[in-house]
Design a protein around this ligand. Structure first.
Ligand code: SF4
Length: 234
């Protein structure tokens, strides 16, 4: 089990979206002042860390992938997305418990708008943490002539939330900064777990990771991804 710490950044656009603004809308001046004030204090509450483990891929069927020495993850969409992969990176990332304590304090002090903004900031930060982690691995892979697939998390797309237990079984619980509740939710809440595949690419060839959303008819799926902008080339 490996562990790295990366400083997550705040995407202002993503924060505005999470605060409920529609496309093209801006935050009011009063909200902006609150956001800036809260951002200034954030570093005191963050303890970002990513635990990860790379495993060989033993077998892929139409509906599952099997890692070397287990487990088997059941999801037809992941199986299709990871076709051709040699390895799977499994990860659990968190920005720690501090921000959640701060959110609770704000609620208890009836400072509801600040609590809401802080909570949204936590969501933006943990997403950025995972994005930066995947980019870090993708750069290392590119040097070795490999590329990474899109990432998937238990409870999204067609991957059952209960499979979170299998993912957590790959990590030593006493060294993890995240624990799993009986209902398979992560504590701290501002945590993200998931997997992505690593595949070899032929020299000079362009790759665009397979995106199952491009051929999925699910309506109102909050996890739908835009067609991949990322291509990998020599
Ligand atoms: S739209 Fe994408 S994320 Fe949503 S169910 Fe379909 S494939 Fe999965």
């Amino acid at each position: 089990m490996k562990e790295i710490s990366i400083s997550p950044k705040i995407s202002k656009g993503e924060l505005v979206r999470r605060l409920g603004a529609r496309k093209g809308e801006r935050l009011s001046r009063a909200t902006k002042v609150k956001v800036e004030g809260l951002i200034d204090t954030l570093s005191e509450f963050l303890s970002p860390v990513i635990h990860y483990e790379s495993r060989g891929l033993a077998r892929i069927t139409k509906s599952s992938i099997e890692l070397k020495e287990g487990p088997v993850f059941r999801s037809p969409k992941i199986a299709k997305s990871l076709a051709g992969c040699t390895h799977v990176v499994c990860f659990i990332a968190t920005i720690g418990q501090g921000l959640e304590h701060r959110v609770r304090e704000k609620f208890e002090a009836n400072r509801l708008s600040e609590a809401y903004i802080l909570d949204a900031l936590g969501s933006v930060l943990v997403e950025d943490l995972v994005q930066q982690f995947q980019e870090f691995i993708a750069k290392k892979c590119a040097i070795q002539g490999e590329y990474v697939t899109l990432r998937f998390s238990p409870g999204y797309c067609d991957w059952p939330l209960e499979e979170q237990r299998k993912l957590f079984s790959l990590f030593h619980p006493s060294r993890l900064k995240v624990r799993l509740s009986k209902s398979c939710l992560m504590v701290p809440r501002k945590s993200v777990s998931g997997i992505f595949g690593i595949a070899r690419r032929d020299e000079g060839q362009h790759y665009s990771p397979y995106n199952p959303c491009t051929e999925c008819s699910a309506k109102n799926c909050s996890a739908r991804r835009a067609p991949c902008a990322t291509t990998y080339a020599q």
